[in-house]
Design a protein around this ligand. Structure first.
Ligand code: SAH
Ligand code: SF4
Ligand code: F3S
Length: 475
């Protein structure tokens, strides 16, 4: 990013902070009149990008003077939407039906829609026509403007819509809230340039933009000083991080810098595209004491023929070779993946290739998805769409195999002592704590609540498949 862009971004931060201050005054006066603070609630759909964006939204609203509440019966409800598959959209419309009823009871209630689905003009047209009670619509590129949009809505009393097609802006230094005190997500890049032929993300999240390593490191240092011990570096394809910066830097080099930060004990990242996963990264992971033993490596399909049409730019063989190199270098790594079933033109032979990779790669777990046609993507225009019954039948076969593989991989750490980040009191049994292993599996064990946010040594007594039961070791 050049100097000029940096200055524009800084000016934008100052402008938004000024509006936040103005709204703060307004809300304070109203709070004094009514004797209570205004409440907000965010419903977040989709991936970690959206979760992180919701923390930013939350940060802005808290500064204005809102307090968070855990139901949609709030003064301000925001739906941070996802559109990666059709059912993600359907969920949003379901919630809007409910919100309409709430607003009939409380006409002062504000409703906002934001996130990936709002970057699709057809979806916005539909909202404008059929959901007139929505107050604010914004997208993925202008979250930092929320205070301004809210102010406009309060002054104008009509639906405020602000959507940007794309952006090269990265506005830093605005408030942000954290869901957990001890772990945090950190965006290292935004957008995606890969255009996998089935995927809507590049259209709704824009072109790939990497944050500068200085900004990232400064943010992580501040988080560490604030008690954060685990960070998750976020991007749609973290392996291509830094390639377009004025001073290019590789993702592996960035990881080395993050590793040096005192107080950070664990580093995770999401997501790795197999085509860009370098030997340098494998070597850095191997030598690291902080990078977690977990790699999410989306396969999508095991058929080289389909991978080509999907525009994934790797083959079945190169993927399996990569898995082999990772497992050899880091034997205790846990591999997980994403797979799509029923991509246009998928034949029984193609599907069998996918099944073959699953049995060979030995995934700890896999997310399986039925292909969903996304308007505007190249795959949506392909003629040979797979019949639903065929896709569903394949999906069930794949799920069965995935479950068998998970069961085989489960329990590898049974009867060992492992480091566990203690995350919460168990939701079902309050005498237990729940923590996470380096490989992302959960473990439940007896212990004091004061351990939450610390890294404890736990003996893994029994594997239960997707989790362990453990015993806390004397500290
Ligand atoms: N950037 C990540 C994926 C982000 S989307 C990557 O490249 O791996 C998360 C997952 O949703 C994808 O890995 C894919 O498996 C799935 N997905 C994306 N588009 C889809 C579609 N049209 N139908 C079904 N699944 C889809
Ligand atoms: Fe979608 Fe492919 Fe980008 Fe992942 S890499 S977000 S699947 S286009
Ligand atoms: Fe969904 Fe947007 Fe993430 S479409 S998967 S929330 S980037």
């Amino acid at each position: 990013m050049d100097k000029r862009t940096t200055n524009i971004n800084e000016l934008e931060t100052i402008k938004q902070q000024k509006i936040i201050e103005e709204l703060k005054e307004l809300y304070k006066a109203e709070e004094e009149r009514k004797g209570k603070k205004k409440t907000y609630h965010i419903v977040t759909f989709g991936c970690q990008m959206n979760s992180r964006d919701s923390e930013k939204i939350s940060g802005i609203l808290k500064q204005i003077g809102y307090v968070e509440t855990d139901t949609e019966e709030a003064d301000f409800v925001l739906y941070n939407t996802c559109t990666v598959r059709e059912n993600a959209n359907n969920k949003v419309y379901g919630h809007l039906g409910f919100a309409k009823k709430l607003k009939e009871k409380n006409p002062d209630m504000l409703i906002a829609l934001c996130g990936c689905m709002m970057q699709e003009p057809e979806a916005v047209e539909n909202i404008k026509k059929r959901y007139r009670f929505v107050d604010i619509i914004f997208g993925t590129h202008n979250i930092f403007k929320l205070a301004e949009l809210l102010q406009t809505r309060l002054l104008s009393n009509r639906m405020v819509i602000d959507l940007w097609k794309d952006t090269d802006m990265i506005v830093e230094d605005l408030p942000s809230d954290r869901k957990f005190s001890f772990k945090a997500g950190v965006n290292i890049m935004y957008g995606c340039n890969n255009f996998c032929s089935y995927c809507i993300v590049p259209y709704v999240r824009g072109r790939e933009r990497s944050r500068s390593p200085e900004d990232i490191i400064a943010e992580i240092k501040a988080l560490a000083a604030d008690g954060v011990v685990e960070i998750m570096l976020l991007g749609q394809n973290v392996n291509s991080y830094g390639k377009n910066l004025t001073n290019p830097i590789s993702f592996a080099q960035l990881l080395k810098e993050v590793e040096k930060i005192d107080g950070i004990e664990r580093i995770r990242f999401m997501t790795s595209h197999p085509k860009d996963l370098s030997q340098e990264l494998i070597d850095v992971m191997k030598d690291s004491t902080k990078i977690c033993r977990h790699l999410h490596l989306p396969l999508q399909s095991g058929s080289t023929r389909l991978l080509k049409i999907m525009n994934r730019r790797y083959t079945k063989e190169s993927y399996l070779d990569l898995v082999e190199r990772i497992r050899t270098a880091i034997p205790d790594i846990s591999l997980t993946t994403d797979i799509i079933v029923g991509f246009p033109g998928e034949t029984e032979e193609d599907f069998k290739e996918t099944m073959d990779v699953v049995s060979k790669a030995g995934y700890e777990s896999a997310f399986t998805f039925l292909y969903s046609k996304r308007t505007g993507t190249p795959a949506a225009a392909m003629e040979n769409q797979v019949e639903e019954t065929v896709a569903k039948e394949r999906f069930d076969r794949l799920l069965k195999l995935v479950q068998e593989c998970s069961a085989k991989a489960a329990g590898r750490e049974e009867h060992t002592i492992q480091k566990v980040l203690v995350e919460e009191v168990n939701t079902q049994d309050s005498t237990l704590l729940t923590g996470r292993l380096s490989n992302n599996l959960l473990v439940h064990f007896k212990g004091e609540e004061s351990l939450i946010g610390t890294i404890a040594e736990v003996y893994l007594e029994e594997s239960k498949g997707f989790y362990y039961m453990g015993r806390l070791q004397e500290q």
